[in-house]
Design a protein around this ligand. Structure first.
Ligand code: ZN
Length: 232
């Protein structure tokens, strides 16, 4: 009986248009041959970028492969979420569990779309399944963070994208809350050059929206405990 209620969600997790600045590439997901071609083109273009900066990269043994390294890093890692699909997420009936589900301290590595510098931090996710609602395996929350983190975005967009995806795959939920606590390398290495400042963004829906709600309090109390030093 329960088997009949298993659901697979895949294509409806997107929050931005394909081809938009932080959206998936047109034709997503790309074939390996398409990714290989993209790496070749990006390598050539990055070599020209270094030329424009008057960097004699071709004659430095440490730099002569750098354009290719950078191109591969973007396609295979830093922006992998634009080119490589996450496998569908299976959700299951909640079977009467009506409490909050929280996963804390999901590691986040991303990149800001303003400066292409690293964003590092943690993501905390909570949700409450609805009556007859769906739950998902905890590791699926990690995979959602990876999919959207590996695109390049601003932290506000990333928080909304993760929230939207969790909301979709836990269809029928009573609420979803996502908090991202992250430091931005663009703040510490350029511009104001300040270390240690972290940015906290929260997107909440359903029962988590209101400050007086106990579920919201339970979530914030929970992530203050054992949260890897990221107090909020
Ligand atoms: Zn930035």
């Amino acid at each position: 009986m329960a088997e009949n209620k298993r659901r697979k969600n895949h294509k409806d997790l997107e929050v931005v248009q394909p081809g938009f600045a932080n959206g998936v590439a047109p034709g997503f997901p790309l074939k390996q041959s398409e990714k290989d071609k993209m790496i070749d083109q990006a390598e050539e273009a990055y070599g020209k970028f270094l030329d424009a900066l008057k960097c004699d990269w071709r004659n430095d043994p440490n730099s002569m492969e750098t354009p290719r390294r950078v191109a591969k890093a973007y396609v295979n890692d830093l922006w992998a979420g634009r080119y490589t699909a996450m496998s569908p997420i299976t959700s299951f009936p909640s079977d009467g569990y009506d409490g909050i589900v929280i996963e804390r301290n999901i590691p986040l590595t991303s990149m800001c779309s303003h400066h292409h510098q690293t964003i590092k931090g943690v993501v905390h996710i909570g949700y409450i399944a609805g009556d007859g609602g769906q739950v998902i395996g905890l590791s699926k929350l990690n995979r959602i963070v990876e999919l959207f983190g590996r695109r390049g975005a601003i932290q506000e967009q990333l928080t909304s994208a993760i929230h939207n995806a969790v909301d979709k795959v836990t269809e029928g939920n009573k609420g979803v809350i996502v908090t991202v606590v992250a430091t931005h390398n663009c703040v510490s290495c350029r511009g104001v050059k300040h270390d240690g400042a972290s940015m906290v963004t929260t997107k909440a829906s359903g029962v988590f929206r209101h400050n007086t709600n106990l579920a919201r309090k339970e979530f914030f109390d929970s992530i203050k405990i054992n949260n890897g030093g990221h107090q909020i």
